[in-house]
Design a protein around this ligand. Structure first.
Ligand SMILES: [Zn+2]
Length: 332
C-alpha cells in the first residue's frame, strides 16, 4: 500500500500481510534541505511499518535524480517492535510502482533482499595537527568511511580532500596562534562511533576547543559561512568571516555535520562553510558516488573557502564562547 508521507503511514490503516510503500520525493536545493525533509522516512519507516503489522517496507530513495540506482543509508529498528525487511527503490522504480498501484491497488510486489549484518570490526580515527603557539584548538574534519554501493568519492572523500588542502594552506602560513587539529573520523555513516571515540579520548581538553568545522556536504563550490557559538560572539564572528570573496555571511545558526555533533552537544562553537549541494543528492549514498562526478575546480574553491575560515579562526584571539544549552542539539 502506498503512502505519500511518513505521517500518512503512521495514521494509516493496519497493514497485516501487506508491504508498506512510502513514496516521498525530495526537492533539489542549493542548501540540500530536501534531504532533511526526506530522510526521516528512511530512518524510521521500518519502525512505523512494523507498528502497522506490515510484512516489509519499501521507500523511494532519498535522492534527487531520475535513475535506476537506489540509494542506501542508515535506518533503525526499535526495541519491542518487529524488525521488518526494509529496502529503497530507485526513483524511477518508485514512479513505476506508484503508477502500477494507481491502476491496480492489489498489485503484487515480490521482494528479494539479500542484506546481512557482518558485525563490527576495529577501525580508527586519523588525527593530525598544525601546532599553534597558544592553547586553543580549532578542529576541522571529515569522515573516512562510505556506503558500499559507491566509492565514497563525494561522501566524504571530497570532504577529506577539502580539509587536507585547507590544513596544508595553514601549514604554509607558519605557526598559527591556535592549533589546527585535522580529524578524519571513522564510522560516521553507520553509528558515529568515531566521533564518540574522539570525544572520549579528548574529554580532558574539551575546554581548549575554540571551534569545530566539518566538510561533509559534497564536492560543490562554497557559497556561505555561518556560525553558532556564544550569543555574544556572533557579531565578532560575522566580522571575522566577512570579506571572503564569493562567500556570504548567513545569519542562520550553523549546524555542523554528524561527526562534530558530540562537540556541539557540549557547547563547542560550530562553523559551517556551506557548499552548493544542488547535485549532491543525485549521487549521495548510491553507486553513482564515484570520483568522476567530483569537479576538481569546485572542490578547490571549497578548499580555499575552508582554508580562509580556518586560518582566520586559528590566527585570532577572539573568544567564541559556548553554545547555549537550548541550541546544542542538532536538528537531524
Ligand atoms: Zn558524509
Amino acid at each position: 500500500m502506498r503512502f505519500d508521507s511518513l505521517d500518512a503511514l503512521k495514521n494509516g490503516p493496519d497493514l497485516k500481510g501487506k508491504i508498506a510503500f512510502v513514496d516521498v520525493s525530495i526537492i533539489r536545493a542549493r542548501d540540500g534541505h530536501g534531504y532533511g525533509d526526506g530522510v526521516p522516512v528512511r530512518i524510521s519507516g521500518a519502525i512505523e511499518a512494523a507498528k502497522k503489522h506490515a510484512v516489509a517496507i519499501v521507500i523511494r530513495s532519498v535522492g534527487t535524480e531520475h535513475s535506476r540506482l537506489p540509494h542506501t543509508g542508515v535506518m533503525r529498528y526499535e526495541d519491542g517492535t518487529a524488525q521488518v525487511p526494509a529496502g529503497a527503490l530507485s526513483t524511477n522504480d518508485a514512479d513505476l510502482l506508484a503508477r502500477t498501484l494507481a491502476r491496480d491497488p492489489h498489485a503484487l510486489l515480490l521482494l528479494d533482499l539479500e542484506t546481512k549484518k557482518l558485525g563490527d570490526v576495529a577501525t580508527a580515527n586519523v588525527v593530525g595537527e598544525v601546532k599553534g603557539s597558544g592553547a586553543g584548538i580549532v578542529l576541522v574534519g571529515g569522515h573516512l568511511d562510505s556506503w558500499d554501493l559507491g566509492r565514497g568519492a563525494v561522501d566524504d572523500g571530497a570532504g577529506i580532500g577539502i580539509v587536507l588542502a585547507a590544513a596544508r594552506g595553514v601549514l604554509a602560513q607558519g605557526t598559527p596562534k591556535r592549533t589546527v587539529r585535522v580529524v578524519f573520523f571513522a564510522s560516521e555513516e553507520n553509528s558515529g562511533a568515531g566521533s564518540k571515540a574522539y570525544l572520549k579520548a579528548h574529554e580532558s581538553e574539551l575546554d581548549r576547543h575554540v571551534a569545530a568545522l566539518e566538510s561533509d556536504h559534497g564536492a560543490g563550490m562554497a557559497y556561505a559561512v555561518r556560525f553558532l557559538g556564544g550569543p555574544a560572539a556572533t557579531p565578532s564572528a560575522k566580522a571575522m568571516f566577512s570579506g571572503i570573496p564569493t562567500i556570504d555571511w548567513l545569519e542562520t545558526d550553523a549546524s555542523g555535520g554528524a561527526d562534530i555533533a558530540p562537540l556541539r552537544e557540549r557547547g563547542v562553537p560550530i562553523v559551517d562553510v556551506l557548499q552548493d549541494a544542488s547535485e549532491y543528492f543525485d549521487v549521495h549514498h548510491s553507486a553513482a558516488d564515484v570520483p568522476e562526478v567530483a569537479d576538481p575546480t569546485a572542490m578547490a574553491h571549497a578548499a580555499c573557502a575552508v582554508f580562509e575560515v580556518v586560518s582566520r579562526l586559528a590566527n585570532s584571539d577572539l573568544d567564541l564562547g559556548r553554545i547555549e544549552d537550548s541550541k546544542r542539539k542538532q536538528k537531524w
